[in-house]
Design a protein around this ligand. Structure first.
Ligand code: BDP
Length: 695
């Protein structure tokens, strides 16, 4: 009986039975259940006073704060100031422009910003403190972003589809713009501003030239106008062949005077409509996209032409380094390095080169890209993927803060020990004066924005780390869980643990021990380690895993492709000996015999199998753990995640069985006990995966 009463009490006090669908993300502002915290915060919520110019950004900050306070505290916030008990906005010229300070002065909370954006970010910080029930006695807090441009890259197409998008269609309704403004645009901007994201590239890097037409530019302007009060600048991905496609020129050669003139004029047109336009994002000479190499020019020639057009307007070029020529004898790992390293120092000062976190392509685990240790004279931007192209789409929980942190904290040794990727990107290693980080967005028209509710955490975490890469993945998870799901301690622990283990779990049941790029062809979903034929050898799986009767893995030491040689000696020392190489990266760099004893005490084959099986078991554990949070969270949201976890379990089994059965044809060894041989045959799995390829 007592148990029942307790349970009733628990359900009554925590479970949120009201309809919720995740639309409000981490910005719910529901009435705080913690009464003593409510009382504490109410002492500062009587009024909001503005002692600075009321710019649109300041008005956004004011509205947001009012909304948050009224929702969480159940009060009315007045505009009439009193002596104490309120929140005051002011400028602090000593603070960096986007930085802020929150302090308690004479019974008021002062939010001082270096500029209006600083105040806006300060407001979101204060709201976050309240949402996560932190005490306001720990003030003052000062904060400023470590990276200047914190950007989302949308891979959205003009017809509303999203390349590698798994949460519905594009948020941008091009056919309705500019006349109709979906209210979602504002909610999207709020969410970005709340985590400090201050720029967005609206369209796919495989860019349609259409975005530079007058017809589309007025639509882009309409979006820029919605985003501006949230401190967000707009960029466009451009098609390098636009002078030919739109301008009817015979060439798009970057050294051709007419071509340069065309870009200058086009850029002026853009800035007439959008005076604070950010600049151009460019994918050139990559995967069939046009670029300067068609005219015998290099990436710097192409980037510098655009830089010249943008310079009078303080615009930037973000030139991507995701290139790999189809050299059947080469190693794709080395291609971007080989093309870009010789150009270090040749880019104009308003160009940033954007490099993916790893050398291949957003795999579930990659060593950091060697370019991060090799371009002292070129500002490098980080490109992470938030959308889960290689991470199970929107049916798998993969908390990517773990992946981002692992990369950011890797030491490049570019200027001695401590030259981490994060410090290269934030400019502190080479003193770049402009710095940038981008995440390929996972948002779409799905009501909950990201398909999987847990994927909202990746959007959130990307923004938080872009602001401050020293935050830990656990701290970010803690905040997000409390703001999104519940503050009930028992449930917070469980959800956090699920998040923190999720990435390693995914690695284990898909690509353990440094395997990579063995997913389904084209769609990039499900296992296809047997893939041996494709338009290019480096689009197959066998190119990467190199399994044979002796062993498995890609030898990238000096005996093999010597991709390892692209790293500083200190990094090479970490990875070039298979005996001491971190098991995380083992098969990235070594071809290892099936019977080789690893540091775990198991042979390679046994360890590989163990990880595949344990990966699946971890998914089952996640399912069980998730069951425990049911009484504490919104029921609809709970059910949605439970359903997706069941899907993830099915997919994990497919991965495990496909990979174990396929690699077994080389190792010729049994699955080690206590694990059991898969019940399905390799042929059955091949058929199953072939279905993914059907159009
Ligand atoms: C790959 C994606 C492809 C993108 C490309 C890129 O499969 O759709 O266009 O990256 O980043 O991972 O350009």
């Amino acid at each position: 009986m007592l148990k029942k009463i307790l349970l009733f009490f628990l359900l009554f006090s925590f479970a949120d039975a009201r309809a919720d669908d995740g639309y409000r993300l981490w910005l719910k502002y529901d009435l705080l259940k913690n009464i003593s915290k409510r009382a504490e915060y109410k002492r500062f919520a009587a009024f909001i006073q503005i002692r600075m110019e009321q710019t649109p950004v300041v008005r956004t900050a004011q509205e947001e704060l009012k909304r948050g306070l009224e929702g969480m505290l159940g009060i009315q916030v007045s505009n009439t100031s009193k002596k104490s008990g309120g929140i005051i906005f002011q400028l602090d010229k000593t603070s960096p422009e986007e930085g802020f300070r929150i302090e308690n002065k004479q019974g008021n909370i002062m939010i001082s910003g270096g500029g209006d954006k600083g105040v806006l970010y300060g407001v979101f910080e204060l709201l976050r403190l309240m949402q996560t029930e932190k005490s306001l006695t720990d003030l003052p807090i000062s904060s400023a972003p470590k990276i200047r441009l914190r950007m989302l890259n949308h891979w959205d197409n003009p017809l509303g589809t999203i390349e590698r998008g798994y949460a519905g269609a594009s948020l941008w309704k091009w056919y309705e713009l500019p006349e109709t403004l979906d209210p979602r645009y504002r909610d999207y901007a709020r969410a970005n501003a709340s985590v400090g994201i201050n720029a967005v590239a609206l369209n796919n890097v495989n860019a349609s030239a259409r975005f530079l037409t007058q017809e589309y530019l007025v639509k882009v302007k309409a979006l820029a106008d919605v985003f501006r009060p949230y401190g967000i600048q707009v960029f466009l991905s451009i098609n390098f062949a636009a002078p030919k496609i739109l301008g009817n020129l015979k060439t798009s050669d970057p050294l051709d005077p007419q071509v340069r003139q065309w870009w200058n004029a086009k850029t002026e047109e853009v800035y007439r409509l959008i005076p604070d336009f950010g600049g151009f994002l460019v994918k050139a000479n990559s995967e069939g996209e046009p670029g300067p190499q068609e005219y015998g020019r290099n990436h710097a020639d192409g980037a510098n032409m655009l830089a010249e057009a943008l310079r009078p307007h303080q615009g930037r070029v973000i030139w991507r380094a995701f290139v790999y020529s189809p050299d059947p004898r080469g190693d794709r790992f080395k291609e971007a390095y080989n093309e870009f390293k010789p150009l270090d120092g040749l880019f104009a000062d308003n160009v940033v080169v954007q490099v993916k976190n790893g050398p291949i392509d957003f795999q579930s685990r990659e060593p950091f890209h060697p370019l991060f240790g090799a371009m002292p004279q070129t500002p490098l931007a980080m490109e992470f993927q938030i959308t889960q192209e290689y991470l199970g789409f929107s049916t798998n929980i993969v908390y990517q803060a773990s992946l981002y942190k692992e990369c950011l904290e890797s030491d490049t040794y570019a200027k001695g020990k401590g030259s981490t990727v994060a410090r290269v990107v934030d400019g502190s290693v080479h003193s770049y004066d402009f710095t940038a980080i981008a995440g390929v967005a996972n948002t779409g028209s799905d009501r909950n924005w990201t398909g999987h509710l847990m994927s909202q955490a990746n959007w959130y975490a990307f923004g938080r780390l872009a602001w401050n890469h020293t935050l830990s993945e656990a701290q970010i998870a803690d905040e997000w869980v409390k703001m999104t799901w519940t503050t009930a301690p028992a449930a917070v622990v469980v959800i956090k643990n699920i998040l923190l283990q999720s990435r390693e779990t995914y690695v284990n049941f898909t690509t353990p021990l440094g395997l990579h790029h063995i997913m389904g062809q084209g769609i990039h979903f499900g296992p296809e380690p047997w893939l041996a034929q494709s338009a290019r050898p480096d689009w197959t799986s066998i190119y990467y895993h190199r399994a044979d009767s002796a062993g498995i893995g890609f030898d990238r030491t000096a005996k093999g492709s010597n991709a390892l040689g692209l790293y500083r000696q200190e990094v090479q020392n970490l990875w070039n000996n298979p005996e001491t190489c971190d098991l995380k990266y083992l098969l990235w760099f070594h071809h290892v015999g099936w019977n080789k004893k690893l540091s775990t005490g198991k042979t390679l084959w046994d360890e590989l199998c163990t990880r595949y099986y344990q990966g699946v078991e971890s998914v089952q554990q996640m399912q069980q753990e998730w069951g425990k949070v049911r009484p504490f969270v919104n029921v609809e949201m709970y059910e949605d995640v439970a359903g997706r976890l069941a899907v993830q379990h099915r997919e994990a089994l497919n991965w495990r069985d496909a990979c174990v059965l396929y690699f077994q044809t080389f190792s010729k060894q049994p699955v080690p006990s206590p694990f059991k041989q898969p019940e399905r045959t390799l042929e059955e799995l091949k058929k199953l995966v072939a279905i993914y390829q059907l159009k």
